[in-house]
Design a protein around this ligand. Structure first.
Ligand SMILES: Nc1ncnc2c1ncn2[C@@H]1O[C@H](COP(=O)(O)OP(=O)(O)O)[C@@H](O)[C@H]1O
Ligand SMILES: [Mg+2]
Length: 509
């Protein structure tokens, strides 16, 4: 299929005609390990393009065999062709490809510069938060395209990210790796100094997805804090961030550190990255367009549910610490039991799908949750006994609920009780007074979250229906959306709209 066209050099201004393109050696855009990229012009349309020439002959000093070069060319073409089908504007567009006697030629859309040059040319040698986040979102969007066709990039760095009139294009996909499924581990050693995740550097087995997140974390650092000097060895990012006098939002600092966590298990995953960006955007209340964009990607519904419920536990703890007059642990216990149920189901699902190492991950999560459950249970048992001794009236006083507070396992009627209890508890929170605005908001938000959590058995369908008009304008992102509301008035409006959830649960009881 591929036409082999002879390189023909014509003597006009050192311009060369390569296939249907004319290019001038002076207009070199970049030189890489195995290729040179030129600006070129299509002979008929006069459109400018980037022409990437890969040598066909082995490059001995770089230990590149002819087979390796051919493989690399084939891979780049294959991936870019697949990406082209999904029309993703954040992956470089392949326009043409052909072989000449000495080269493999890849014709790409022409960009203005790479991200490294773009950062260097800025007055402060770094980007503003808004721009860095905007670019991060675009890179993630491009990554998403690669992931959808089951490839990880594995060489994410500013030189491989191009800028074209404000639009980001991921390029240089020839180190990408085909992933059979999320659990595939890889042992090949690829990447570039600074950007290589520690587990890759140590030549251990690693998840290419997590390795890409590490590299992207370093790129994000460089956008906000400036490019790293190539002389630097063993960069301590945490120290650099802490010492820096630049005013960077805490959430972005946390995001960087989470993305470059040494241990891939502790490192942010894609849903974490999106959720942080989302939170940042909501706090900045930038235009709803970007929120829509971010909300469309990477959120795995199950993960979201799981994080959401875990967040409720944290909120309960915080409010409990601030106010000892109300006993919140029993609600925490119920939520922990609920999370355990979700995770147990997940483990079974993963085992059935023979995704064994993911199942192992959640099993270790279960161990941790079981410890929490045990601690909560102990406190709640004491409390329960005390209430009994003092003959106090309990919320949702039923035999089954007693079981819930006495035993580790869920009672048979757990689902119903859990909902009813949370709703009653939610009402009881009305009596709780806080002076600080922040805590007032947190209390209201917790009430809202509890109501939403009650609907988790329906997969949040009822909540979704009741809030549908709002969610349309906010991006269908119910859980994170609720999570990051900042305005007491709006929280109260949501509460009113969700009243039917409460009514339904109370009527059923
Ligand atoms: N489409 C393009 N438009 C503009 N510049 C480009 C384009 N493609 C590559 N370049 C420049 O050439 C450099 C090397 O290209 P790249 O595809 O990364 O090759 P390598 O595999 O050798 O790293 C890039 O860092 C960039 O500066
Ligand atoms: Mg490159």
């Amino acid at each position: 299929m591929e036409q082999s066209i002879k390189d023909s050099t014509i003597a006009m201004n050192k311009a060369r005609v390569i296939g249907n393109y004319i290019c001038n050696n002076k207009n070199q855009l970049g030189v890489g390990l195995m290729c040179t990229v030129y600006e070129a012009k299509h002979l008929e349309t006069n459109n400018y393009v980037a022409l990437k020439q890969i040598s066909k002959k082995a490059i001995k000093e770089k230990k590149l065999t002819a087979e390796r070069l051919k493989e690399s060319y084939d891979l780049e073409i294959k991936i870019l062709q697949k990406c082209k089908k999904s029309n993703n504007k954040n992956v470089i567009s392949l326009l043409d490809h052909f072989e000449t006697s000495e080269h493999y030629n890849i014709v790409l859309e022409l960009c203005d510069q790479n991200l490294k040059e773009y950062i260097e040319q800025k007055e402060n040698k770094r980007l503003t938060e808004e721009e860095a986040v905007d670019i991060l979102i675009q890179i993630v969007e491009g990554q998403k395209c690669l992931h959808e066709i089951n490839y990880c990039h594995r060489d994410i760095k500013p030189e491989n990210i191009l800028v074209k009139g404000g639009v980001i294009k991921i390029t240089d996909v020839n180190l990408a790796k085909y992933i059979e499924n999320m659990l595939t581990k890889t042992c090949s050693f690829v990447g570039t100094q600074f950007y290589i995740a520690p587990e890759v550097d140590k030549k251990q087995y690693y998840s290419p997805y997590k390795a890409d997140i590490y590299s992207l974390g370093v790129v994000f650092y460089e956008m906000l804090y400036g490019l790293l000097s190539k002389q630097e060895k063993n960069v301590n990012f945490k120290e650099k961030i802490e010492r820096s006098t630049l005013q960077i939002s805490d959430i972005l600092k946390q995001l960087i550190l989470k993305m470059i966590q040494e241990d891939p298990n502790d490192r942010a995953d894609w849903s974490w990255v999106s959720s942080c960006i989302y939170q940042y955007l909501i706090n900045k209340s930038t235009n709803s367009h970007s929120i829509q964009v971010i909300s469309s990607f990477y959120f795995n519904a199950w993960q979201e549910k799981y994080q959401f419920l875990k967040q409720i536990i944290e909120d309960l703890c915080l409010l409990q610490i601030k106010n000892e007059n109300i006993f919140l642990y029993q609600s925490g216990l119920l939520i922990i039991k609920l999370i355990i149920q979700l995770v147990e189901e997940k483990v079974v699902e993963l085992q059935n799908a023979t995704k064994i190492s993911d199942a192992e991950f959640y099993k270790s999560e279960l161990k941790l949750l079981s410890i929490y459950r045990y601690e909560y249970l102990r406190v709640v048992q004491n409390w329960y006994q005390q209430q009994m001794d003092e003959k106090k009236k309990l919320l949702c006083n039923s035999e089954h609920l007693k079981d819930e507070f006495k035993y580790i396992e869920r009672s048979k009627q757990f689902d119903r009780h859990f909902q009813r209890y949370l709703v009653e508890f939610c009402n009881q929170l009305n009596d709780l007074e806080y002076k600080e605005d922040r805590l007032k908001l947190q209390k209201k938000l917790l009430q809202l979250k509890l109501i939403v959590a009650c609907d988790q058995k329906n997969d949040f369908e009822l909540v979704q229906t009741l809030l549908s008009s709002r969610l349309q304008s906010q991006g269908n992102y119910i859980l994170s959306f609720v999570q990051h509301l900042q305005d007491l008035r709006i929280v109260e409006e949501y509460m009113r709209e969700l009243q039917p959830v409460i009514d339904q649960i109370l009527n059923e009881g």
